[in-house]
Design a protein around this ligand. Structure first.
Ligand SMILES: CC(C)(COP(=O)(O)OP(=O)(O)OC[C@H]1O[C@@H](n2cnc3c(N)ncnc32)[C@H](O[C@H]2O[C@H](COP(=O)(O)OP(=O)(O)OP(=O)(O)O)[C@@H](O)[C@H]2O)[C@@H]1O)[C@@H](O)C(=O)NCCC(=O)NCCS
Ligand SMILES: Nc1ncnc2[nH]cnc12
Length: 283
């Protein structure tokens, strides 16, 4: 399997996510959502900065000899990627979470592709990928130790101290249960194609995900507001859904709520759909 096709599919998924509209609270071509510091062009600049690192994540997995060595390499690439992203966005956090998740998922995919074909991984519904991520990402658990010594906590670290929420690190440490238990089953069972496929998934995830961005911006009440609003949208018809999402977008802008974690899962959904297509083609 051509590794460039896989890395490009990951980059393309970030473009597809930011262009999907309407996304309540998030940046898209219709609205900047609950963000005063970024728009679609900020995301496009961020994606251009991240692109070379996505290939590096995959290659690191393909060449790795041990799991601990792979973790160290991915974390180093990840820090460089995050720095390049922040330079391109003039310090605005567009994809820190996406960079983290794609880093571990691409690294783990490369690791598995040493012994498996993409076709076999697709046939196995990516089942081996998640324990591999959990094993490789174990080093992240150290992020939660010694937080008391830190002068400045990140949003995620502050949420861990205040609410015991582990955010994206917890997802990686557990092998991304949100992808395994919610996203992939939804993608497998739905025949809906095009934007509606991903808008419906977005609503499904907004109702489920413990989104650290929502917690950071609106506390438990803000998270619950969005989860409850999404649950009502589960029953809205395809024709009514876009305008119902626009109405929720206006409400979330007023409340300064943005489900950034859910946006990253949308990127990952485009990516897994692309991998499924790549893996079903003859080698
Ligand atoms: C591990 C890091 C990501 C550390 O970051 P932090 O400590 O802040 O971790 P979290 O807050 O837990 O999450 C960080 C981002 O992960 C996304 N996210 C949130 N909840 C979930 C979830 N349940 N599952 C998966 N992913 C989740 C989310 O990222 C997206 O939203 C951000 C944009 O939204 P915005 O509201 O604008 O965010 P902010 O600017 O922070 O808030 P405001 O100031 O505007 O109010 C954007 O990042 C999206 O991607 C969370 O923000 C990581 O930084 C780290 O340690 N990096 C080092 C490099 C590295 O380790 N790389 C690994 C490669 S293998
Ligand atoms: N479209 C988007 N809007 C806001 N935050 C995001 N994080 C990732 N994608 C995003």
């Amino acid at each position: 399997m051509n590794e460039q096709l896989i890395a490009q599919a990951a980059v393309n998924s970030l473009h597809a996510e930011v262009l999907l509209a309407p996304k309540p609270g998030l940046v898209d071509p219709e609205s900047n959502g609950a963000h005063r510091d970024m728009d679609v062009t900020t995301f496009e600049a961020s994606i251009d900065a991240l692109e070379p690192y996505f290939t590096q994540y995959l290659r690191a997995g393909l060449a790795a000899k041990t799991v601990p060595q792979l973790y160290q390499e991915l974390r180093t690439i990840g820090m460089d990627a995050e720095s390049a992203m922040l330079t391109a966005t003039h310090g605005v956090n567009t994809h820190r979470g996406a960079n983290f998740s794609f880093g571990f998922l691409l690294g783990a995919l490369g690791w598995l592709l040493q012994q498996n074909s993409l076709h076999d991984l697709v046939a196995a519904e990516f089942a081996p990928l998640f324990p591999a991520v959990a094993q490789i990402a174990q080093g992240v658990a150290g992020d939660f130790r010694h937080l008391g010594d830190k002068a400045q906590l990140s949003h995620g670290e502050a949420l861990y101290v205040k609410h015991g929420v582990t955010g994206v690190r917890g997802e990686a440490l557990a092998g991304y249960p949100t992808i395994r238990e919610h996203m992939l089953p939804y993608l497998r069972q739905t025949t809906t194609q095009g934007d509606l496929r991903y808008l419906r998934l977005m609503v499904h995830l907004m109702a489920q995900v413990e989104d650290a961005n929502l917690l950071h911006r609106g506390g438990p009440a803000g998270l619950r507001f969005v989860q409850d609003a999404a649950k009502t949208l589960l029953h809205v018809s395809d024709t009514q859904l876009p305008n119902a999402l626009r109405t929720l977008n206006a409400e979330m802008i007023t409340l300064n709520l943005s489900p950034g974690g859910t946006a990253d899962y949308l990127s990952l959904a485009y990516f897994f759909d692309a991998l499924t297509l790549l893996g079903s083609q003859p080698a």
